[in-house]
Design a binder for this molecule. Structure first.
Ligand SMILES: Cc1cc2nc3c(=O)[nH]c(=O)nc-3n(C[C@H](O)[C@H](O)[C@H](O)COP(=O)(O)OP(=O)(O)OC[C@H]3O[C@@H](n4cnc5c(N)ncnc54)[C@H](O)[C@@H]3O)c2cc1C
Length: 454
């Protein structure tokens, strides 16, 4: 029987749960919580808002979404990492078999594919997914949350109440300030990233670049303060190369509005100009892009708290992170899985205090991993944060980082493991991380020395 079984399991009614935000975190949470509860998702836009770019799910997240039945069969698998200098000289090529090493594939998804398939899985009503399909309400913009009576107000004045309010409303969350009692703005990190999705045809026809499609994986071109990362993805039967080209803001040839926006259209000509020190072949690859986005990469200190009363933050609303480990979406998926586990035997007879206890447990179980990702992403780009020692977050070498991240099984297993760590060693989970990771020799030999994926 589950450790979390003190709630009544006889009452048939689930809780009424409102999720604000229909991004990766919101849809994933709708999927796991529908198994027991009545879920409504409020999304401010239509469902086409996911940017045309790629997002990879590491084995930790692929393991979960494939278990839920999300169809990512179109996504290529990460099987090789190739590292080059910015001048194009190959430094290393390493084959990987993530499924053998960590129990699940590392999937290179088109963002629209991931989003659509999460939505299809969360809303399936053909008996393939347990529970009742959530209501997905589009064009519903939340302007305010009240954490005292667990309600939200929409921009048309409608007030909606729930037993649990889940804020999955991203890095610019309107609910975050109600939960933490402060307004935190994710600060510019000093770096920006161009993102483009290039149709495969010109690349397959280019003798210097066709190899990108031979074996799918991650291709990194590194100079001192900037890098280009290219990987394959597919959407509706068409192959693409996804490119993320990151550089310091100060070396951008075009301006980024650092006050208001961190996501805007960039210029392909300016992108190529920004990487003019790179080899002519890399500049030609970049110039195959028809359009590109320019994201200012933002950073935020880890929050000390993710919930108040019966309202909880998840995904980027709780733990926005720099993208250098490629774990933001994957951590949102882990959040969703943990919520599903912690609330699987809670029903409408549950007291407020039981719900709050579970949300506190959610925070205690999820904070170490999400914070680990925030801090290790940050240390790759900007160095270790001044108060890292205080936070107690270990900054690990890439091999241990990969092993720590990808051996994750699921929320239930993690909760059981953490209970044992605390009991056996009387030490914090974070203190235990570095000490407890032993990378098996077969993984150590095969793992790429570089896990930075943007
Ligand atoms: C350059 C870059 C590359 C990245 N690459 C990867 C990668 O390879 N792998 C990975 O795992 N992660 C990656 N990430 C991170 C990942 O994209 C994010 O962590 C993830 O999308 C967060 O999902 P979310 O659902 O929490 O937030 P979001 O995706 O921001 O979704 C929030 C949703 O809430 C809605 N919303 C917001 N406010 C309101 C409101 N007031 N009312 C109603 N609805 C609202 C929004 O419209 C949106 O649909 C990358 C990020 C960047 C910047």
């Amino acid at each position: 029987m589950s450790k979390y079984s003190e709630a009544s399991s006889t009452a048939p009614q689930g809780l009424n749960i409102i999720i604000v935000g229909g991004g990766i975190a919101g849809l994933a949470a709708a999927r796991t919580l529908r198994e027991r509860h009545n879920v409504t998702v409020l999304e401010q836009w239509g469902m086409k808002s996911e940017t045309g770019a790629a997002i990879h799910t590491g084995p930790n997240a692929s393991k979960l979404v494939l278990k839920w039945g999300v169809d990512l069969s179109e996504s290529p698998h990460f099987k090789v990492v190739r590292e080059h200098t910015g001048k194009g000289k190959k430094v290393m090529e390493q084959r990987l078999d993530p499924a053998a090493m960590w129990g699940a594939p590392w999937l290179l998804n088109h963002r629209v594919t991931l989003h659509k398939q999460l939505l299809a899985n969360a809303t399936a009503d053909d008996g393939t997914v347990p529970g009742k399909a959530p209501k997905i309400l589009l064009g519903k913009k939340v302007v305010r949350a009240n954490v005292d009576d667990t309600s939200v107000t929409l921009d048309d004045g409608t007030v909606l109440k729930a037993d649990i309010l889940i804020a999955a409303d991203g890095i610019r969350s309107v609910i975050q300030r109600e939960v933490i009692g402060d307004t935190l703005v994710a600060k510019p990190s000093g770096h920006s990233a161009y993102r483009c999705l290039i149709p495969g045809e010109p690349i397959k026809a280019d003798p210097e670049w066709s190899y990108l499609f031979d074996t799918s994986g991650c291709n990194i071109f590194l100079a001192e303060d900037r890098r280009v990362v290219a990987y394959t993805c597919a959407y509706q039967g068409r192959d693409y190369i996804n490119i993320v080209a990151a550089c310091p803001d100060k070396s951008l040839s075009e301006g980024v509005d650092s006050k208001e926006s961190w996501s805007e259209r960039g210029s392909v000509a300016e992108l190529v100009k920004t990487f003019s020190d790179f080899s002519p072949a890399i500049q030609r690859l970049l110039s195959y892009s028809e359009e590109c986005g320019l994201w200012q990469l933002r950073d935020q200190d880890p929050l000390k708290n993710w919930h108040k009363n019966q309202t909880v933050l998840i995904g980027d609303a709780a733990h926005p992170m720099l993208p250098h480990l490629g774990q933001g979406g994957s951590q949102a998926i882990e959040d969703a899985d943990m919520l599903g586990y912690l609330f699987k035997d809670v029903d409408s007879t549950a007291s407020h205090s039981l719900i709050e206890k579970r949300l506190q447990k959610f925070f205690e179980l999820r904070w170490p991993r999400a914070t680990f990702c925030q801090e290790n992403s940050r240390s790759q780009a900007l160095g270790v944060r001044e108060n890292d020692a205080e936070l107690g977050v270990p900054i690990l070498n890439p091999l241990k980082t990969a092993h720590y991240l990808y051996t994750y099984e699921d929320g239930e297993t993690w909760a059981a493991q953490q209970a044992e760590v605390g009991k056996a060693k009387n030490e914090s989970m974070l203190d235990a991380v570095d000490r407890s990771i032993t990378v098996p020799p077969q993984v150590a030999q095969a793992t790429a020395p570089q896990v930075a994926t943007i």
